[in-house]
Design a protein around this ligand. Sequence first.
Ligand SMILES: C[S@@+](CC[C@H](N)C(=O)[O-])C[C@H]1O[C@@H](n2cnc3c(N)ncnc32)[C@H](O)[C@@H]1O
Length: 174
Amino acid sequence: MTNDRMTWGLQGDAERQRALGAIATPSDLVNFMVSLAAPSRPRVRVLEPACGDAPFLSAFAERYGSLHELVGVDIDPAAVEQARRRIPSATILEADFLLWQPSEPFDLIIGNPPYGIIGDASHYPIHVFKERKRLYKRRFQTWRGKFNIYGAFIEHAVRLLRPDGRLVFVVPAT
Ligand SMILES: C[S@@+](CC[C@H](N)C(=O)[O-])C[C@H]1O[C@@H](n2cnc3c(N)ncnc32)[C@H](O)[C@@H]1O
């Protein structure tokens, strides 16, 4: 357990994954979203935030070839390990995406961020310590009231795109 999102004394994998909003995206949906994201140049920089085992990077490489620069980020070390095994040519980083700052922007950001209201483990589905929540609140202009974590993922992803870049996320109807 290497970061403070992970020090709730959570027991098994299932409990830890629930607290991180981890849900596997159905492969039909992954393929549909990847079909909307055809690269505009021979080599593009692609990011999958909250990548889990990196289904979007994997489907992107399968459809459009492996010449592209593929980057995945996840906060869960077990997911990072799985993603590295699944797609060894990609760069997979263990980090809190909401606090992560890459040195270069991306042409495409694609994926399925976590959903849920952020707060302490006794009341909210997405568990974070107060200090981390305070950091998030300071960082995100769109943060209002009982904020859903996917809103912060959208705001941060938009900031990490090139001016002509594209964002393809699946989020709840809210
Ligand atoms: C909805 S799942 C999506 C997993 C994968 N992209 C897929 O589509 O199957 C959300 C993922 O977000 C990760 N996660 C949750 N909070 C995060 C954060 N602050 N930064 C990075 N990853 C996070 C979880 O560990 C989990 O793997």
